[in-house]
Design a protein around this ligand. Structure first.
Ligand code: MG
Length: 220
């Protein structure tokens, strides 16, 4: 690989040692999709420790886009103590809460991406009411409950321009493979008539917005 989706060895080492849930094949597909997106503003929902942010941020820097990565940094349900994806090393001893922001900042510093990526520390419910910037790339990988997954899609995908790309992670058509909300989001997007599917790589779906008109809820 020599295109904008080719990740330099130093950044790959940083991404590989960063905690997160993004297998190599999906990371490669995410960068390849992003390399096809127009520059401008890109938004990632669900930073965690910034593993996928390194992959996306590298492509953003290469093509001249700016990446905003949004997370409240207290983890999703499945990351909390007693749940399947809990990592006790991410607990803040002062609060007893999961606290991934220092890890994400460290990751971006090590990757040399602090100039190309802005971390936005808030819940999507806090940001959605005031967000108004058009988006060229949106990566939905935040909270996977039905309510929040649907909220994040409905409130941010409307800001995608015609031709912009929507990536959705953890899409499992078969409930035996994982939770259903991201799959429901993909079905909703395709069913709205405003998106077409570009690619499928394991649990990563890439869609393209084909229609500027937003039929799925209020106009932007
Ligand atoms: Mg994910």
């Amino acid at each position: 690989m020599t295109g904008p989706d080719a990740l330099p060895a130093r950044r790959r080492q940083v991404a590989d040692r960063t905690k997160g849930f993004l297998p190599d094949a999906e990371a490669d597909a995410l960068r390849a999709a992003a390399a096809d997106a127009r520059p401008g503003l890109w938004l990632e929902i669900g930073t965690y420790c910034a593993k996928s942010t390194v992959h996306l941020g590298h492509v953003a820097e290469t093509v001249g886009a700016h990446l905003v990565s949004l997370d409240h940094h207290h983890g999703s349900e499945e990351n909390q103590p007693g749940w399947e994806w809990h990592d006790p090393t991410l607990l803040d001893p002062r609060t007893g809460r999961l606290e991934t922001l220092p890890h994400a900042r460290h990751t971006l510093h090590e990757a040399g991406l602090e100039g190309s990526v802005s971390l936005l520390v808030a819940s999507t419910q806090q940001v959605a009411p005031w967000w108004s910037s058009p988006l060229e790339f949106l990566f939905l990988d935040g909270n996977h409950t039905e309510e929040v997954a649907q909220h994040d899609y409905a409130t941010f995908a409307r800001h995608l321009t015609a031709g912009a790309l929507l990536a959705v992670h953890d899409v499992f058509p078969d409930p035996r493979d994982g939770g259903r909300p991201p799959w429901h989001v993909v079905q909703r997007a395709l069913g709205s008539g405003a998106f077409e599917q570009v690619s499928v790589t394991d649990s990563l779906r890439i869609l393209r917005r084909t229609d500027e008109r937003w039929a799925d809820g209020a106009a932007r």
